[in-house]
Write a new protein. Structure first.
Length: 180
């Protein structure tokens, strides 16, 4: 923790310490994000409830490359990236690719339904009413957080924030070419 020199007035010392410590916290947070981007492992066992009321489990992802996107209707970046997620889904769906958009627990279900219907989302949309799905997937708190899962059910990439869609498409193509 940084403490400003005592020769400065108290208000100036507090402002300087706050600024320095805030910058340090931001640096730690950003370095943590880069580590999160490399998160890998088996996709956690979880059951999601889709908008049509049907359950969807991570076991159902096996055999497909699946993008799991944690989002919220109140998240500006989530809403802005949704057309690219739709485009990605449409580009690869016929090749064994799937998308599941998981709305966060704080997102009002009526807002999620309206968003999905008004934009004619072509993929599965789930509402995580209890937060259990977000917790199972690494205690997701930040949106958007997106996971790319291979045909074996393994997480190969985690994105916090908007992905680089050109790089994402290249990775999806690689994963689709692999055997299950």
């Amino acid at each position: 923790m940084y403490l400003a020199p005592r020769s400065l007035p108290l208000s100036r010392r507090l402002a300087t310490a706050t600024l320095f410590n805030g910058a340090a916290l931001a640096a730690l947070t950003l370095s943590g994000c880069s580590k999160m981007a490399d998160f890998t492992g088996t996709a956690p066992d979880s059951t999601m409830v889709l908008l049509d009321g049907k359950p969807f489990t991570t076991a159902q992802m096996k055999g497909k490359v699946t993008l799991v996107n944690f989002w919220a209707t109140s998240c500006v970046t989530c809403v802005a990236e949704m057309p690219e997620i739709i485009s990605t889904h449409n580009k690869f769906a016929a090749q064994g690719y799937d998308t599941v958009a998981v709305a966060m627990s704080y997102d009002p279900p009526a807002f999620v339904v309206n968003f999905a219907q008004s934009r004619a989302l072509p993929f599965k949309v789930a509402i995580d009413n209890t937060g259990a799905v977000a917790k199972a997937w690494g205690d997701v708190k930040l949106t958007p957080t997106t996971y790319l899962v291979n045909k074996k059910g393994e997480i190969v990439k985690r994105y916090v924030g908007k992905p680089d869609f050109a790089a994402l498409h290249a990775l999806i193509e690689q994963l689709l070419a692999q055997k299950a």
